[in-house]
Ligand binder design. Structure first.
Ligand code: GLU
Ligand code: ZN
Length: 492
């Protein structure tokens, strides 16, 4: 069947809030599945909730997808045969289908008030009966309805669930069965006429001929409802076939709690702002529920597409691990061509990140130091602090570093190191290292201890890029000046 019917998957976020990692992982798996199977990805915007949806959030979604390198075959910006792809522009379609469902008896008007529903739910719970909707309005006569309306009651539209179990084979979880008492009749249109997610999502999946619904586990409980609705839609000639469903595992955050949209760690912007590479982030997110192979965690987007199969997704919750995400990102940084690394860092070498005057930036110095930075960064935003010693007139003043490095008799060490560095060969970091090593020996210090005061004098910090390469790029004159300034400060 997979060969006969081209794969059509969809990604259909609601534009609320900032994009979060759960949403991006779902998009990634759908995209990878579409590309792996040479199928189509439909991008649909589920913006029927005017109170929560925003244009700003919609723009952020588009922007994030562009940044991540996702492309789609139908949807905003590219159009397609099932346009429009924004649900807010498809309201007539939903109204029409809801009317058909009502006319065919697959749905009915429910006049129960919230208070009545709550009271009956509570009574059912106390009696140990299932507490979902009890079917009160299933068989109302025309007179009963007229009486309710005369009372001034409004009604929602409810879908009539069949009185039989629903079984389907989840692509991730295998066969699942839901019994009727666990899937009561559910609302599809609000009293004010607004259609709900429960209605519009399957209608669009049907009309857009979606073959595979891959989405988060949180939506698993809506699947039996949607399957029943699908059957009605097939009967009405709206749908052709029920799609296959696959539910992606939960992502657990800190303390083994479900990562929530509101967790700061869940925000895509956090990773962008910290300078994750899109390919590093996608590599990491792919591992939330999937694995490339037992012994390989690092892969490119094209390798992912080549191998991705929904059947290999693991049903167990995935654990979000920031350290691992960073380690994977570091790997992707190392794999860049130096010139691409240099280009990728550019935003962090400018305002508002740069703490130096823009005119003091020196492209040649940056290009000379870049290869040494490339092997050490986990996120690109760290570049600013790693290279600022080259562009600031004076190194940053970091008291904690100063106190930590200026122990024993730092003035004596720095005086000797300065003299030896003044005589060293400045075309070779090896020679600069020998100078500091020899200075250390004179004072009974190993290289590490001898190096620390020099590093803080020159860069302001105890940690940073390889020292002797740094000194070489900074140059003899500025290095010696900075050691002099540190000596003056030590002399108080
Ligand atoms: N708009 C829904 C959401 O954002 C889509 C769910 C689905 O994939 O069916 O969760
Ligand atoms: Zn009712």
């Amino acid at each position: 069947m997979a060969n006969a019917t081209p794969v059509r998957v969809r990604f259909c976020p609601s534009p609320t809030g900032n994009p979060h990692v759960g949403l991006i992982r779902t998009a990634l798996f759908n995209w990878a599945y579409a590309r792996h199977n040479k199928g189509s990805l439909v991008f649909r915007i589920e913006d029927t909730d005017a109170a929560r949806d925003s244009e700003e959030s919609y723009q952020q979604l588009l922007d994030s997808f562009h940044w991540l390198g996702f492309d789609w075959d139908e949807g905003p910006e590219v159009g397609g045969p099932h346009a429009p792809y924004r649900q807010s522009q498809r309201m007539d379609i939903y109204k029409d289908v809801a009317d058909k469902l009502l006319a065919a008896g697959h749905a009915y008007h429910c006049y129960c008030t919230t208070e009545e529903l709550d009271a009956r739910r509570e009574a059912a719970r106390q009696a140990g009966r299932p507490s979902g909707y009890d079917g009160t309005c299933r068989e109302l006569t025309a007179e009963q309805k007229a009486a309710y309306e005369a009372e001034g009651r409004t009604s929602i539209v409810r879908f009539r669930m069949p009185d039989e179990p629903i079984t389907f084979t989840d692509l991730v979880r295998g066969e699942l069965t839901f019994t009727p008492e666990n899937v009561p009749d559910y609302g599809i249109v609000r009293a004010n006429g607004a259609p709900l997610y429960t209605l519009v999502n399957p209608i669009d999946d049907a009309l857009m001929r979606i073959t595979h619904v891959l989405r988060g586990e949180d939506l698993l409980s809506s699947t039996p409802r949607q399957i029943a609705l699908y059957k009605a839609l097939i009967e009405l000639g709206v749908a052709k076939e029920i799609p296959a469903f696959g539910h992606l595992p939960y992502v657990m955050g800190e303390g083994n709690k479900k990562l929530s949209k509101r967790d700061p760690q869940a925000s895509l912007n956090l990773y962008r702002d910290r300078g994750f590479l899109p390919e590093g982030l996608l590599n990491y997110l792919a591992l939330l529920g999937w694995s490339f192979s037992a012994d390989q965690d690092i892969f490119s987007v094209s390798e992912l597409i080549e191998k991705f199969d929904i059947a290999d997704v693991n049903a167990n919750p995935a654990r979000f691990d920031l350290k691992k995400a960073e380690a994977i990102n570091a790997d992707h940084i190392r794999q860049l061509d130096v010139k691409d690394f240099i280009a990728a860092c550019e935003p962090w070498l400018k305002p508002p990140h740069a703490n130096w005057a823009p005119e003091d930036f020196d492209q040649a110095a940056w290009e000379a130091i870049a290869p040494h930075a490339q092997t050490r960064l986990t996120v690109l935003s760290d570049i600013t602090a790693n290279v600022d010693f080259l562009f600031l007139k004076e190194p940053v003043e970091d008291e904690a570093s100063w106190t930590k490095a200026m122990k024993g008799d730092p003035a004596a060490l720095l005086t000797t190191a300065r003299a030896k560095l003044a005589d060293a060969d400045w075309t070779s970091p090896e020679s600069l290292k020998e100078a500091v090593l020899a200075a250390g020996e004179e004072h009974g210090l190993k290289l590490g201890k001898a190096q620390a005061p020099v590093r803080v004098a020159v860069t302001g910090r105890t940690v940073g890029l390889p020292l002797f390469e740094s000194l070489e790029v900074l140059g003899k004159e500025r290095t010696l000046q900075r050691i002099d300034a540190a000596l003056a400060k030590l002399a108080g």
